[in-house]
Design a binder for this molecule. Structure first.
Ligand code: IMP
Ligand code: MG
Length: 178
């Protein structure tokens, strides 16, 4: 595989489709075990997590529900530091076993703002599943309960992740060439 160009930047291959699929299967196995009989509610955070959420959800063999909220904090290749709720939660979480589904935990800002809002509604339990985590970018510490890959503090693209709107449809994950 070779580098690709999106807008003004070059990206190089980083995680293959098969590596991603393997990690998702492993996360799903853990969830199938931990949430059997619990009818969990998955809350996926749009836009970035839509592909991960769909692929993960298809691997679940237990009874489970999913809903979506839309939060945004990124501008270009840097976090803007401001989290905007574009579509809010429309599903009752009281007494539910909730699993948040995120594409990537970067500074932790998005989840640090959203988690207290959810806690306030008293779910029976609250865990986080994220495909990617950048531990070196942490500003607001978040513990990811179900993780696909721990990644370096580099800008990534593909598999739902965008650079200024483009690249979400790329089936692999690419890394910015610096
Ligand atoms: P945080 O609030 O800083 O943790 O950032 C979380 C959100 O920023 C993620 O859900 C992504 O949508 C976006 N994001 C963080 N890192 C990247 C990246 O490397 N590429 C594309 N989007 C990213
Ligand atoms: Mg996101």
């Amino acid at each position: 595989m070779s580098t690709i160009r999106v807008h003004d930047k070059e990206f190089e291959p980083y995680l293959s489709q098969s590596a991603i699929a393997k990690q998702i299967k492993s996360i799903a196995e853990q969830l199938n075990r931990d949430y059997a009989e619990k009818k969990p509610l998955f809350v996926a955070i749009l836009n970035g997590s839509f592909i991960f959420a769909a692929d993960l959800f298809k691997e679940l063999s237990i009874e489970a529900e999913i809903c979506f909220i839309k939060l945004a904090s990124y501008k270009g290749t840097k976090s803007s530091g401001q989290v905007i709720t574009a579509i809010g939660l429309d599903t009752e979480v009281f007494n539910r076993h909730v699993v948040i589904v995120e594409d990537i935990v970067d500074t932790g800002k998005t989840l640090s703002e959203f988690l207290p809002q959810l806690h306030h509604q008293q779910p029976a339990s609250l865990k986080i599943a994220a495909l990617l985590h950048k531990p070196d970018a942490t500003v607001y510490p978040i513990s990811v309960d179900y993780l696909g890959f721990s990644v370096p503090n580099k800008f990534l693209l593909g598999y739902g992740l965008d650079y200024n709107g483009l690249g979400r449809n790329i089936p692999e994950i690419y890394k910015l060439v610096e």
